[in-house]
Design a protein around this ligand. Sequence first.
Ligand SMILES: *Cc1c(COP(=O)(O)O)cnc(C)c1O
Length: 814
Amino acid sequence: MVLSIKNIAPILQAQWAGKHPSTLIENIAIDSRSLQNGAQTLFFAIVGPNNDAHDYIGELLEKGVRNFVVTHIPEGFQDQANFLVVKNTLHALQKFATHHRNQFDFPVIGITGSNGKTIVKEWLNFLLSPDYNIIRSPKSYNSQVGVPLSVMAINEQHNLGIFEAGISTVDEMDKLEKIISPSIGILTNIGSAHDEGFANIGEKIKEKVRLFQHAKVLIYNKNKTVEAFLNPKVARFSWSFKEESANVFISKKSVLDKTVLKIRQESGSFEIKIPFQDDASIENAIHCMMVMLHFGYDHTTIERRMELLYPVEMRLKVKNGINNTMLIDDSYSSDFQSLKIALDFLESQKQHKKKSLILSDIFQSGLSDDELYSKVSQMVISNKIQRVIGIGKTITKFKNKFLNCVTFTDTEAFIQEIDHLNLANETILIKGARSFNFEKIVHALEEKTHETVLEINLNAISHNLSFFKSKLKAKTKMMVMVKAFGYGNGGFEIAKLLEHHKVDYLGVAFADEGISLKNDGIKLPIMVLNPESTSFSAIIQHQLEPEIYSLKGLNAFLKIAEQQKLKNYPIHIKLDTGMHRLGFEEEQLPELITRLRDNKTVLVKSILSHMATSDDLQHHDFALEQIALFEKLSSTLIQELKIKPIRHILNTSGISNYPKAQYDMVRLGIGLYGISNDPEEQHYLENVGTLKSVISQIRTIDTGESVGYGRRFVAEKTTKVATVPIGYADGISRHWGNGVGYVTIHNQPARILGSVCMDMLMVDVTDIACFEGDPVIIFGENPTVIYMAQQLQTIPYEILTSISQRVKRIFYRE
Ligand SMILES: *Cc1c(COP(=O)(O)O)cnc(C)c1O
C-alpha cells in the first residue's frame, strides 16, 4: 500500500486539513507505544470505552508522526500535521481495510466459531504454505480492530488469505464480513463461550454465519441449526461423525497417543493419523483436512501433512533468563506481520535499556529476500534493537544489512556458542519459525527453577481495569494498589501495564516496594501506605509520596523536608474513620491543622481513609458512618487549610457497593487481579493468574497401601497416583490436602491424596488419561482462588499473596 493523504481522504469519506496532501502513507497504526510509528504512518485515533487515542497525539507529534485520522483536531495541533477528520475513527479504519481488500482477487478463507479459530488458521497456514503465498491474521487478531489491521497487510505477492473473525455481540459480523469478504468459509466449534452478548445459542449461530453470506462454499460440522440460518446460495461441504448424509463421514479411534480418522466420501475412503487425542484438536484438524479436500489435494499428501500437525502456542511469553536477562518467547512463528507485533510487545515489556533480537529466516513474506531483509533491518533500527542474532542460511546471507549482527546457519550452532555471546542484562526477543526449534534456545537461556509457574494474563488485567473504570464517573481518578508484589502477581510488569493505561497513581505498602518500581523505570506517582520514619530520606530521594497517618510521622517528615529545603513535597493525609488501623482521629485534627497551616515544605496532595466493611452489606450502616465521618473530617481540613486535595476512600468492593462515595479518586486492588466479592460482578471479570505445575511421576497402588506422611490416605481400591512438585513452601496451604482440595489435569479434577508436603503433593488420577510431564493446574479457571478461599476459610487475598517468590511468574498476552 502506498497512497497519498489526498487519495486516502475520499476512501475514508474524511475532511482533510493540513499542508501536505501529497505525503505518501506506507503503513497504518493504532498503538501509540509502537516505535514503528513514523512520518509515513497514518495513525488512527481510536476511541475506546476507556481510552481515547486523541490523548496521545501530542506525544506522537513529538515522535515524528505527521498523519492522523481523528474525530476532531485537538486544540493547538491544527497546523502541525495532516488530519483526516471523520465521524468515527474505527469505522474509517474498517472502510480503509475494505477498500484495500477489494483491490485483490484471490481465494480468502474466513474462519469463525467459538473455539479453535486461531488453531485452525495456524494449521491451515502450515498445511498449505508449501503451495501458496499466504497472508493470515497475526496471532488472534480477529476483532473489529484486529481484522482491519490484518487485512491491510495484504500485498501483491499473496495468493491465499486466511483470516479469523471473532464477535461478542449482534451486528458485529456484517462489518467483518465486508472487510474479509471470504470466498471459503469455515465454521469451527460453536461452544458456549461469549454467550453474554447473545440472547441465546440460535442468535449466536445466526450472527456468526453472516460471515459466510457471500461465500462460495462453507465447511462445517453438519448441524441442522446452522443450516437453518445459511444462505441457500452458499455451497455446503459438511462432515460428521454421526450423520451419514454429510459430504464426508468420519469415524475415529485412538491408537497409542494418536487418533486414526477414517474418512469416507462418495469417491472412496482413506485413513489419516493425527498426533492428538482430545476432541477439540480432532475437530480442528478435521476442518483443516476438509479444506485440503476442497482444494483437491491427493490422499497421500493429506495423510503426510496431517500427521505433522503440532500444538499451537498463541501467546508471547515473558520469562526470566540467565544473567539477569528477560526473554520474550515467540518461538513458534516468524512472519513479517507477527515480527512487528512482537517488537511492539518487546518495547512495552522491556526491563532493560538494551534490547536484542534472536531471529530465524522469515518465510512467506511475499517479498523478495533482498526487499524483505531491508525492511526487517529498517524495523530493527526504528525499534532501537542493539543487537541481532540471525539464525538460518538466508538471514546469514543478508547479514550485512544489519548493524550489529552475528549469524549462525542453524540453531545448534548458536547454542554451541551461547556462552561466548555475553548475553546479560538485556531483554531478548526470541522469534523463529517452527522448523528452527527455537524452543531449544528458550530452554537454554531460561533461568532454571522448578517446574511450577504462575502465569499472568496481561490482557485480563487490562480487561478488569476497564471494567472498574467503566463503573466510575469520567473524572474520577484511579489509584491501583500494587502492594505485596502486585498481590503476588508481579510488581514491575503490572505497574508497566498500568502506566500504559494511564492510571493516575500506584499504591504500595512499603518504601522499598516503591523504590524498586522507580528503579525499574516506573514514572507514575507512587503513594507509600505505610512509610517508616527511617525510610523518609529514601522516599524523598526516589520521589515517592508518603501517606502520613500520625503527628509523630508528620513531624519526622517535616524535619527532613525542611532540612532538605523542599517545596510543596506531595504528602497524603490518612484519616481514621473506623478501621482503627492507621490514621488521624478527629481529636488530632486541630493540631494537624496547626502544623500544616502555612507550611510551604509539603503539599497535601490527597486526603484518604479506608473502609472496614465495604465488602459486607451486613455492615452497611457502619460503612455509611465511615463515609459521613470522612466527609466531615476532610471538609474541615480543606476549609481550614484552604487546599484542594484529591479525596479518596473506596477500595474495590467500595467501588461496587458505594459508588456515590467515589470522590475524586478510588483505590483499586483485588479487583484488578480478577476477584470480586459479588458473584454477579465476578461474572464480568477475567481470571488473571493460573498456577501451573507438571506431573513428576505416576504410579499405581493397591488397596490398603498409603500415600504420603503419616499414611493419611489409604487406598480403598487400586488407585493411580500422580506426584506434583508444588507444596506448602510454594504457598499451598496444608489444609488444602487430605481430600479437601483438588487440582485440574486435562480439565478433570484430581483430588489431593494425603497431606501436602513441603515441595510436593500427590493427587488421584485413577480416572484421568495422563502422563508424566503433563500440565497440572493448581488454581485459575478451575479451581478458582475464590473457591479455594471458601474451602480454606480464608480470603482470596491471602491465597494470592502466599504464592512463594520461588514460583516463577510468566506474563503473557493473548
Ligand atoms: C490494599 C488497600 C486497598 C485496596 O483494597 P482492595 O480490597 O484490594 O481493593 C485500598 N486502600 C488501602 C489503604 C489498602 O491498604
